[in-house]
Design a protein around this ligand. Structure first.
Ligand code: ZN
Length: 85
């Protein structure tokens, strides 16, 4: 009889819920948060950590997602970035 049946079975890690940090998207030109729907999403595989400005804690991410959008107030185009894992 084997006595190796202890702890968590290998290869089955706990699935953590998806944690996406989205900073408030704001126009750099006029400060408005009113924007058009995102279009043209590009993803970049990129592993690293960043400091969450809200909590000051380090957050690990595995990809950077860029989304194009436009300010509804002044028409300034910009790209919003989110860090996802
Ligand atoms: Zn604007």
């Amino acid at each position: 009889m084997s006595t190796k049946q202890r702890g968590r079975p290998p290869g089955k890690s706990t699935v953590s819920k998806i944690d996406v940090t989205v900073e408030l998207s704001r126009c750099q030109n006029c400060g408005s948060t009113d924007r058009t729907p995102y279009e043209g999403t590009t993803q970049q595989e990129c592993q690293g950590t960043r400091t969450d400005p809200a909590t000051g804690r380090e957050i690990a991410f595995t990809k950077i997602v860029r989304r194009r959008t436009c300010c509804k107030a002044c028409g300034q185009a910009r790209i919003d970035r989110t860090y996802e894992k």
